[in-house]
Structure formats: structure tokens, C-alpha cells
Design a protein around this ligand. Structure first.
Ligand code: AP5
Length: 222
């Protein structure tokens, strides 16, 4: 399955992508996680993108698409993948289509996770992530069973961290950019008959996953 997860910052893309990847045995490809790793390791690319990441702006399309193109060539992508945080602009969506067409592939589905802006701010200021395994927690909505400071995933005991771009000011900027630049791709996928919308409302991560999984299972049965 080739799946795109859409949604604003904090909509739950990473949370759901990780579960989908496990359930369907396909890689979870997050451009945000890739860029954060580059920042942390202080690579040349990391230094080029730091200014964008720190301010909540988008990394330029050309750079982002190069990263995705190279990742999709890896052998684990043969059976499909979950794209989380890409595409994020109309040019990126069009380039993804071109990349797939060149490989004789098409997307199976674009799932849009819809969450109100105020809920996003509440979520992101309480998010904690495990740098060792990538598992995402929330001190209010999805806390770790341990003391709130350590990852409780089987086989992992990483110290949970707060993302540098989860300050309220940066989150508001990310939401603004989402509405301006990313939201138009919802229409793009709708016009191609690929869009499924999951309205989260008051649903927790498990209930959202039930809905997302049902969408993907129904497609894999057709
Ligand atoms: P990226 O890492 O993609 O960040 P984002 O899109 O802003 O999304 P988040 O990772 O913040 O949220 P999420 O939707 O994954 O939610 P999560 O599951 O964590 O990108 C970061 C930056 O990288 C960008 O700002 C940009 O600079 C750059 N970048 C990345 N991709 C790019 C691209 N394609 N082009 C250009 N630049 C790019 O959940 C959030 C919280 O809510 C967690 O605490 C979670 O536990 C909790 N939660 C999840 N689901 C629920 C629920 N149902 N109910 C209650 N709480 C929930």
C-alpha cells in the first residue's frame, strides 16, 4: 500500500503512521523526522535547513523532494510505504506523482486527519517524543505508563524529549503555513478520487487508528 497521511501540525500523522507501518509491514517515511535527525547530527543538510525548521517554515520543495526521491529508491519501499508530512505543497504533490509515474506506481490513498486549530495547540505543547525509537506520547492525551519521562515501548527505555518547534509561537506559525500552503493539496487528492477524511473530534489515538485501519483494509480488499 502507498499511503499519504495529510493533516495539520499535531493532527496525529506520526502517531497513526507508526501504527500503520507496523500493521501493514511497510516503512514509515517522515520528512520531518529525517530533517530533525539531520539537525541533531549537524550535517551539512542540517545546517541548510535549520532556519526553516526553527521558525516553523517549510524546507524548500526542491530539497525536500530530493530527500524523498532518494528514500523511495530504497529496497524496503517495494511493497509500499506511509508518507507522513510529505507532500506539503501543491508542487510537492505534483512532483510525487511524477516520481511515482516514473516508477510505474500510483498512490492508493491520501488520508486527511482533521483536527481543530485550538486542539492542535493543546496537543503539541504537551507532546513528548522518544528519540531512541520515535514513539510519540502526550502528557495529557496519551501519557506513557512510566513516570512521564521515559519511553515505555517494549525493549526501549529512551528519555522523552520536547520538540524544539513545539513552542506555542512556532506552532501558531506552522498552523498558518498549513492553511496557506498545505491545505490546497486536500482538493488535489479529492479531484483524483484518492481522498479519505477522518474527522478526529474527541477520538483518542486508538479510535482514530480503528478508522484509519478500516480505510486501508477496505482498499486492500478491493
Ligand atoms: P513534521 O515533523 O512533519 O511536523 P508537523 O507536520 O508539524 O506535524 P507534527 O509532527 O508536529 O504532528 P503529527 O501530525 O505527526 O502529530 P503527532 O502524531 O506527533 O515537520 C516538522 C518541520 O519539518 C516542518 O515545520 C518543516 O519545517 C519541515 N518539513 C517536514 N516535512 C516537510 C515537507 N514535506 N516540506 C517542507 N518542509 C517540511 O501527534 C501530536 C500530539 O498529539 C502527540 O503528543 C500525540 O500523542 C497526540 N495525539 C495524537 N493523536 C491524538 C488524538 N487522537 N487525540 C489526542 N492526542 C493525540
Amino acid at each position: 500500500m502507498r499511503i499519504v497521511l495529510l493533516g495539520g501540525p499535531g493532527a496525529g500523522k506520526g502517531t497513526q503512521a507508526m501504527r500503520l507501518a507496523e500493521e501493514f509491514g511497510i516503512p514509515h517515511i517522515s520528512t520531518g523526522a529525517y530533517f530533525r535527525d539531520q539537525l541533531e547530527r549537524e550535517t551539512e543538510l542540517g545546517e541548510r535547513i535549520r532556519v526553516f525548521m526553527d521558525t516553523g517554515s517549510l524546507v524548500p520543495d526542491e530539497l525536500t523532494c530530493e530527500v524523498v526521491e532518494s528514500r523511495l529508491k530504497e529496497p524496503d519501499c517495494v511493497r509500499g510505504y506511509v508518507l507522513d508530512g510529505f507532500p506539503r505543497s501543491l508542487p510537492q504533490a505534483r512532483i510525487l506523482d511524477q516520481l511515482l509515474a516514473a516508477r510505474g506506481e500510483t498512490l492508493d490513498v491520501a488520508i486527511d486527519l482533521e483536527v481543530p486549530d485550538e486542539e492542535i495547540i493543546a496537543r503539541l505543547t504537551a507532546r513528548r517524543t522518544c528519540p531512541a525509537c520515535g514513539k510519540i506520547f502526550n502528557l495529557k492525551f496519551d501519557p506513557p505508563t512510566s513516570d512521564g519521562k521515559r519511553c515505555d515501548r517494549t525493549g526501549c527505555d529512551g528519555s522523552l524529549v520536547t520538540r524544539a518547534d513545539d513552542t506555542e509561537e512556532t506552532v501558531r506559525e506552522r498552523i498558518r503555513i498549513y492553511h496557506q500552503t498545505t491545505e490546497p493539496i486536500i482538493k488535489y487528492y479529492k479531484e483524483r478520487g484518492l481522498l479519505h477524511i477522518v474527522v478526529e473530534g474527541a477520538l483518542g489515538p486508538d479510535e482514530v487508528f480503528d478508522k484509519v485501519e478500516e480505510v486501508v483494509h477496505s482498499l486492500s480488499r478491493t
